[in-house]
Ligand binder design. Structure first.
Ligand SMILES: Cc1cc2nc3c(=O)[nH]c(=O)nc-3n(C[C@H](O)[C@H](O)[C@H](O)COP(=O)(O)OP(=O)(O)OC[C@H]3O[C@@H](n4cnc5c(N)ncnc54)[C@H](O)[C@@H]3O)c2cc1C
Length: 549
């Protein structure tokens, strides 16, 4: 904790993050008791600015939270009309029919949405109920109480110089105290990471697994646009090098979300996830769709993939972890928003009961029970072996066996495989250059594919330069002395925003961090093989400004 003195404000519940998890918790608390004081703090310049999930939304979370969402004008206006799945080769494709797929894989009844816009609408609902929402307020530290419980957060500190000292316009921010603090920071939240480590919440659990998801919004030729169409692919350009796949969702106004996920457990340090995504768009199926169109936005974000067996304990004294701070993505469905919403609702209900019973600062164990035994646990348990099968046995075997496993789970509530483990963390999975060859990527053509820096401009990212770098090296010598010879410093390639470079200065290699470009995807914190990069939040309001991702 810092030694700065700050004013404190008291709330019943303090919520970090205006994503689907945090906003659902806020809405549910006020639905249960309009008198509760609830605050939501968001580091983005506005609600939705940091939300990257041009998504197919399963509305079950919203149904449970706001059953009359249609009448209330929720921006779920594009129902899924057709659902396609292809295996790609370099020049061709094979359609995988829908009939052998387990029912849970169907997108019937789901909607293609901008989650940024859904969150903006949820924030309006929350404010109408009396929730205080403060965008542009990054929560930089946790505040602990006398008994070691989490009792609040520090938010809104501005104006430190690059060397960390207080600058001329320094604002210390506030402490916001709550009977309970909810962390809805999304994947690899830095406060959640601190809580998980402090209370050893991952003990006995599998390591969390991740992918890096990159996405572009395209405006395409109206003649090629098919509103409500959903396409997923696997295969090319990834081969046995890495797992992952793509998604192409046709929303309204001739717009299409084109996205690509690379699992971060890849071994070859030369792999360049961003360039795999760019290469993917040159597949004839994708190129034909995009030709004549224009890319209007770009963004990137890590996605949790560990699922059921990787969820840490999610409560500790005074604090609960929500949504993807725990990791609630159903990997084969690529869906986590519904579970994020259900988790916010469940945490709110547990906190409401506790506050009514005059409790504060203890563990909301009823929340944990509801997540593990309720709808979220059931959703994740059925698919728990798909990701480990893919990691162990590759794409083809995992498609066949993963499909069989999902069927047996759906029909009989059991798996022939029990619960498979994930093995190493994604950082540990990276092997040295001695085992792998460099990969030759084609140069972007500037029409379908773009270099990273050009694309980052389309994330509308901005960071005040005169602040400390929020990408902290635990040991500044590691990138050049360890990572460069052993791993060809993979930060140069795994970062989808070109933040990290190795440049030559005075005849010696030097590691450069262009933190201004950071899109807050957290991949560096996850994939650095030396675990030497710590992502902390920059000043509030900084980062990407996604329009309607
Ligand atoms: C490429 C990609 C595609 C996806 N596609 C789908 C899909 O089609 N369907 C689906 O259902 N799911 C999808 N997901 C998963 C989905 O995005 C997540 O499950 C969901 O976003 C989790 O919600 P959350 O509220 O936990 O976190 P988030 O949505 O990440 O929200 C967290 C919020 O907290 C804020 N925050 C974080 N730290 C701080 C801090 N210290 N101080 C203040 N504010 C903070 C962030 O700025 C953000 O606004 C996809 C994910 C990715 C990456």
């Amino acid at each position: 904790m810092s030694d700065v003195t700050r004013e404190a404000m008291e709330y019943d519940v303090v919520i970090v993050g205006a994503g689907p998890a945090g906003l659902s918790a806020a809405i549910r608390l006020k639905q249960l008791d309009a008198e509760l004081n609830v605050v939501v703090l968001e580091k983005g310049s506005e609600v939705g600015a940091h939300i990257l999930s041009g998504a197919v939304l399963d509305p079950c979370g919203l149904d449970a939270l706001i059953p009359d969402w249609k009448e209330k004008g929720a921006p779920l206006t594009v129902p899924v009309k057709d659902d396609n799945f292809y295996m790609l080769g370099e020049a061709g494709k094979v359609r995988v029919p829908n009939w052998p797929m387990p029912k849970l894989m169907s997108n019937h009844g789901n909607y293609i949405v901008s989650m940024g816009n859904v969150c903006r609408w949820m924030a309006e609902q929350a404010e109408a109920l009396g929730v205080e929402i403060f965008p542009g307020m990054a929560c930089s530290e946790l505040v602990y109480g006398e008994n070691g419980e989490v009792k609040g957060v520090v938010a809104g500190e501005f104006g430190r110089n690059p060397d960390g000292r207080e600058g001329p316009g320094y604002e210390p921010g506030m402490e916001l105290h709550g009977k309970y603090v909810f962390l809805g920071e999304g994947v690899r939240g830095h406060l959640a990471k601190e809580v998980i480590a402090k209370y050893d919440l991952s003990a006995g659990k599998q390591p969390q697994k991740f992918g890096i998801g990159m996405k572009e919004i395209w405006e395409i030729d109206p003649a090629k646009h098919r509103e409500g169409s959903v396409t997923h692919t696997m295969g090319w350009p990834l081969n046995s090098n890495a797992g992952g796949g793509s998604f192409i969702y046709h929303l309204e106004n001739n717009q299409v979300y084109v996205g690509f996920v690379v699992h971060l457990n890849y071994k070859n340090p030369h792999l360049f996830p961003y360039m795999e995504f760019q290469r993917f768009k040159h597949h004839p199926m994708v190129a034909e769709l995009l030709e004549g169109g224009k890319r209007v936005a770009y963004g990137a974000r890590a996605i949790t993939e560990g699922g059921y067996q990787s969820m840490p304990k999610m409560v500790a004294p005074g604090v609960a972890l929500l949504g993807c701070s725990v990791g609630m993505v159903n990997v084969p469905r690529i869906k986590g928003n519904h579970n994020a919403m259900l988790s916010g609702k469940a945490a709110a209900e547990a906190a409401f009961d506790a506050i009514k019973a005059e409790r504060a600062g203890d563990e909301l164990s009823a929340y944990e029970t509801e997540v593990r035994d309720g709808a979220i646990g059931r959703d994740l348990k059925k698919v728990r072996n798909v990701k480990p099968m893919w990691s162990k046995w590759g794409l083809t075997a995992s498609l066949a066996l993963g499909g069989l496993d999902m069927w047996t789970n759906e029909l009989f509530g059991a798996s022939l495989f029990g619960t498979l483990s994930h093995g190493k963390s994604d950082a540990e999975a990276t092997e040295t250059v001695y085992h792998h060859k460099p990969i030759d990527y084609p140069k972007p053509d500037g029409k379908l594919s773009f270099d990273r820096l050009t694309n980052v401009a389309f994330s509308f990212t901005n960071h005040e330069e005169s602040q400390p770098c929020h990408l902290r090296l635990l040991d500044p010598s590691v990138p050049i002395d360890v990572n460069l010879p052993k791993f060809a410093e993979p930060a140069q390639r795994y970062c989808p925003a070109g933040v990290y470079e190795v440049v030559e200065k005075d005849g010696r290699p030097q590691f450069v961090i262009n933190f201004q470009n950071c899109v807050h995807c957290k991949t560096c914190d996850i994939k650095d093989p030396s675990q030497n990069i710590k992502w902390v939040t920059p000043q509030g309001g900084d980062g990407p400004n996604y329009p309607n991702m």
